[in-house]
Design a binder for this molecule. Structure first.
Ligand code: HEC
Ligand code: HEC
Length: 267
């Protein structure tokens, strides 16, 4: 039932409302960066990777929320379904922002973003970064997709071509696959490919999560090119000018299409 402005003022009382608001707002702004929940404080739970891969696949198609929602829901949503609070308090639909490399920009693959965000509910950066590196390096080096939805296929049934991206970027991952397979980016098969990649990433992300919980997580470390190029371009080295851990090759490998042949690179 809607209240009129006059009824509302009458029921609260002008001054009383004013001071009550000031008290609430005053408390809220008095302690910046403070919040009720402890930082990275949720308890991680072990999950069934194969079952969650199917959830991730279905999550991709659910309301077309896409890859980031798919992997995040497969992890945190499954915990919510099995354990309730606090997992079920998360506003899952906000993860839709990661779709297509964040709002269609083709930056980070949203499936990876979803898993990294899920890890961040449980672990701060010291614990989490090696887990993210493990997942991201695996993604660069794996030919996708591997997951087979069988009869549950929603976009296109049957096997799909696979390709290795060498990159965590949605743009490179998708464009290389489309170029190699001659399948259009705007096609249903491409959606199907990304739905299956969502399942693959969820399954790998959960293998890392489970190992971490068991105390059996053994990080492999950064990729070959990052280690090699980092000998000079890394922090504190002779050419300390490079940010990030992405494989350098897709962009600085002298590829036919990127036309990035080094100009005067010191040998
Ligand atoms: C032995 C040291 C060393 C190694 C190893 C090295 N670089 Fe460099 N690189 C340099 C120096 C020094 C420069 C010149 C200063 C600058 O621009 O940072 C440079 C310049 C560059 C430039 C800008 C100039 C150009 O020619 O386009 C790029 C891009 C680059 N490096 C990429 C790479 C990549 C990718 C790798 C690994 C495959 C790599 N470098 C490995 C030392 C190195
Ligand atoms: C997603 C593509 C991409 C990846 C991956 C990437 N770079 Fe770059 N990098 C670029 C672009 C684009 C520039 C800007 C080039 C320009 O200014 O013309 C750049 C600039 C640089 C520069 C400054 C020199 C210049 O020409 O501006 C260096 C040095 C460099 N990158 C090294 C690396 C190294 C080492 C790695 C791997 C650890 C790496 N990059 C990974 C795309 C990439």
């Amino acid at each position: 039932m809607a209240l009129s402005r006059r009824e509302m003022l009458a029921s609260f009382g002008g001054l009383a409302l004013g001071s009550a608001l000031a008290a609430t707002v005053g408390r809220a702004v008095a302690a910046p960066f403070d919040q009720a929940a402890p930082a990275f404080g949720w308890t991680p739970r072990k999950l069934d990777g194969a079952a969650c891969a199917r959830t991730a696949y279905a999550g991709y198609w659910h309301e077309d929320y896409g890859c980031c929602y798919g992997t995040f829901y497969a992890i945190v949503g499954t915990m919510a379904e099995q354990y309730g609070a606090p997992y079920n308090q998360f506003p899952f639909t906000m993860m839709e922002v990661g779709k297509s490399g964040i709002s269609d920009w083709g930056t980070i693959c949203g499936a990876l973003l979803g898993v990294a965000c899920a890890y961040a509910l449980f672990w701060g950066r010291k614990e989490r970064n090696p887990m993210v590196t493990e997942l991201f390096c695996w993604y660069e080096q794996t030919a996708f997709p591997a997951f087979d939805p069988g009869g549950a296929a929603k976009g296109a049934p049957g096997p799909l071509p696979t390709s290795r991206s060498d990159s965590v970027l949605c743009h490179i991952s998708v464009s290389r696959w489309c170029f190699a397979s001659k399948i259009a980016e705007g096609s249903k098969q491409r959606n199907e490919r990304c739905a299956r990649v969502t399942a693959d990433v969820a399954q790998k992300g959960i293998a890392i999560l489970n190992a971490k919980i068991d105390g059996a997580f053994a990080p492999a470390g950064k990729s070959e090119s990052v280690a090699y190029c980092g000998e000079c371009h890394g922090r504190g080295k002779t050419a300390d000018d490079t940010k990030g851990l992405m494989d350098c090759k897709p962009c600085h490998g002298g590829g036919e299409h990127v036309r990035d042949q080094f100009r005067d690179h010191p040998s």
